[in-house]
Design a protein around this ligand. Structure first.
Ligand SMILES: Cc1cc2nc3c(=O)[nH]c(=O)nc-3n(C[C@H](O)[C@H](O)[C@H](O)COP(=O)(O)OP(=O)(O)OC[C@H]3O[C@@H](n4cnc5c(N)ncnc54)[C@H](O)[C@@H]3O)c2cc1C
Length: 274
């Protein structure tokens, strides 16, 4: 196996136009190999200037395609990002957060990827680049199913874009134990309020459908609600976007019940005075 470590995006894209495979922190790729040999050519993206770190751009925020979870935790971000920060804290352990990247989490396309609901609630779009050019895709259209993304051959995720918005985020993850655990369910919310009432709510759920989903019906129902009304509104909602399954971690019924409780807690957390 040859590990290429380019420091220019153009060099990485030229390598990836052949048979090379992109590598972030390797925290999904290497465990996924099990006993198989690694691909013959891998391209480490982490040395490329412009792919690491978070910065403001004209219309919001740009998270580079090799930004680690630890960089998310250390960045000076507004309360809008409290959910993404919460997800960063929940990804594996500190060692995994130091190596693992946000982009790798999305590109791996696991139904239990903690980054997906947090970024869906932030209305994220992803920037994809190949030696043929660059395009942008809404995150909701980027992941098609377990291990299935819109990435074309030779294309990499160069950035995640988050539009400016008012509001505060929250992220809650339920697992069979407190740390280092694959999610049974997770919920991210971004809520903007005015005079104690919800002006706009964005709520996304992971690990309860093949791809994490926004709850459009609930988001509409929450508009205008006070904190005291949230629980009743959530109870009355059918959550038709979700299709939880029975698996080794939990039953579908348990997931359905747990998600309702998590949604109430996450939305309520965003409305608490800080
Ligand atoms: C012990 C352990 C605990 C974990 N706990 C959690 C957890 O709690 N929650 C969670 O969500 N995940 C968890 N993970 C999974 C993993 O750490 C995360 O998904 C991480 O964000 C993956 O990022 P990475 O940079 O390591 O990806 P990599 O392993 O480098 O890459 C993953 C896939 O994405 C592709 N890729 C990477 N970057 C790009 C890019 N910029 N453009 C195009 N393709 C790209 C690679 O080719 C590969 O197919 C855990 C993993 C381990 C080993």
């Amino acid at each position: 196996m040859t590990l290429h470590r380019p420091d220019r995006l153009a060099d990485a894209l030229a390598l990836l136009a052949g048979d090379a495979v992109a590598l972030g922190g390797g925290t999904d790729l290497y465990p996924g190999l099990r006993d198989a040999a690694p691909p013959p050519h891998m391209v480490d993206l982490t040395r490329i200037a412009g792919l690491r770190g978070i910065r403001r751009d004209g219309t919001g925020w740009r998270i580079g395609g090799a930004t680690t979870w630890t960089q998310v935790l250390k960045a000076d971000l507004p309360p809008l990002f409290d959910g993404l920060r919460g997800a960063a804290r929940e990804v594996g352990s500190v060692q995994i957060q130091n190596a693992g990247t946000v982009a790798g989490n999305l590109c791996n396309a696991s139904p239990a990827a903690d980054g997906m609901p947090a970024l869906l609630a932030l209305d994220a779009t992803v920037e994809l680049a190949s030696d043929a050019g660059t395009r942008r895709v809404a995150l909701a259209d980027f992941v098609h199913g377990p291990r299935l993304t819109a990435l074309a051959r030779g294309e990499i995720l160069t950035a995640i874009h988050i539009p400016d918005a008012a509001g505060r985020g929250a992220f809650l993850k339920l697992g069979a134990r407190r740390y280092l655990v694959i999610s049974i369910a997770m919920v991210a919310a971004v809520v903007a309020t005015q005079a104690g009432r919800i002006v706009r709510a964005r709520v996304a759920v992971g690990a309860c459908s093949p791809v994490a989903r926004r709850l459009a019906g609930l988001e509409t129902a929450l508009a205008g609600a006070t904190a005291d009304e949230v629980s009743a509104i959530v109870s009355a909602c059918a959550f038709t976007e979700l299709s939880p399954i029975d698996d080794v971690r939990a039953s579908a019924d348990y997931r359905s019940e747990a998600v309702k409780a998590l949604v109430v807690r996450a939305v309520s957390a965003t409305m608490e005075a800080k």
